[in-house]
Write a protein that binds this ligand. Structure first.
Ligand code: GDP
Length: 325
């Protein structure tokens, strides 16, 4: 253990986080993120305090205006008196922490507001990856009393889809002239969006983007009456125009989900995914520990000789590490 390392007092940190002390919140996220030995203790202490936050995911190509929109949404929610958490997830970067945020996210307006927590999280090379790390940080923010948590993901493609799976409501941002419509269709983004935002509506081509998007959304399978129809909202995030409409669309989606039990369903599904990821990560680690172990060596030998098929060998191995044999 490094000199100067202090074993954290988890119950005290949790109490302080609950009171909304930013340092305690930051410390807990760091503990969770680094996979510290106290991780389990932290999670056990937080569990009864969670389940109250509304989690909104924001995704879109770099440059569409995610940070600007997130910042404008924070302003809008703060005006309504809500406590807000922001988690900016960068799957391409190995660096985490608060410092980088100043560069990336346009959050300086909120830096001194005690009702706002802002945190960046880098997940490259993370054990268990994005699917594991982000929900744990969301739990900390939830327990700290954030009523709305905005999870902004940098980058495109699979990471966006993963983040969407962790949100109550997913907002997909597009901007004119970026060929976004086609990209969105390719990345499977149309399926995950609950609310679409065409930002930079002050630019030429915004109408065309809205039309194209409406057309692509209409091409989806026929909806049943009462199904959610993802709205398309135009914004000029840089001037906070249209942001109240985005908030209204989010509230509408939330109400729709609550009415139909969709919110509870999504949260259960999310919890199932989380448990599965943690279990698989643990299993993988245990199997990894067996490399060079006699048991795996012996099984491999038999498979190589054709005495045993690889499925039977794998069953044997899994049963061995889970205590089933
Ligand atoms: P991100 O990479 O998706 O987070 O995008 P940013 O929020 O960093 O925005 C990228 C650039 O677009 C910045 O220079 C913003 O000032 C600018 N921008 C954001 N919203 C708008 C808008 O509504 N209109 C215009 N013209 N520019 C915008």
């Amino acid at each position: 253990m490094a000199a100067g390392y202090q074993v954290p007092d988890v119950p005290a940190l949790v109490d302080q986080a609950r009171e909304g002390r930013p340092r305690a919140v930051a410390r807990l996220i760091s503990l969770v993120e680094s996979g510290a030995p106290q991780l389990r203790e932290v999670m056990a202490a937080l569990a009864p305090l969670t389940g109250n936050a509304y989690v909104v995911g924001l995704t879109g190509s770099p440059g569409v205006g995610k940070s600007t929109t997130t910042s404008a949404l924070v302003t809008a929610y703060r005006r309504a008196g809500r406590r807000v958490g922001v988690l900016a997830v960068d799957p391409s970067s190995p660096f985490s922490g608060g410092a980088l945020l100043g560069d990336r996210i346009r959050m300086s307006d909120h830096a001194s507001d005690p009702g706002v927590y802002i945190r960046s999280m880098a997940t490259r090379g993370h054990l268990g990856g994005l699917a594991w790390a982000a929900p744990q940080a969301v739990r900390v923010l939830d327990a700290a009393g954030c009523e709305v948590i905005l999870v902004e993901t940098v980058g495109v493609g699979q990471s966006e889809v993963e983040i969407a799976a962790q949100a109550d409501t997913s907002v997909v941002l597009l901007a004119p002239g970026m060929g976004d419509g086609i990209q969105a269709a390719k990345a499977g983004i149309l399926e995950i969006g609950d609310v679409f935002v065409v930002n930079k509506a002050d630019r030429d081509g915004a109408d065309a983007t809205v039309r194209e998007l409406g057309h692509m959304l209409g091409l989806g399978e026929a909806r049943r009456p009462g199904d959610w129809r993802p709205p398309v909202v135009r914004t000029v995030a840089a001037r906070a125009e249209g942001v109240d409409e985005v908030v209204a669309a989010l509230e509408k989606h939330r109400a729709w989900m609550e009415e139909r039990g969709v919110l509870a369903d999504r949260r259960r599904r999310r919890a199932a995914g989380e448990v599965e990821t943690i279990a698989l990560t643990a299993l993988r680690a245990r199997i990894g520990d067996l490399r060079g172990d006699q048991r795996l060596g012996a099984l491999a030998e038999r498979v190589a000789r054709g005495e045993l098929d690889p499925y039977a060998a794998a069953d044997d191995l899994v049963a061995g590490v889970t205590g089933g044999a």
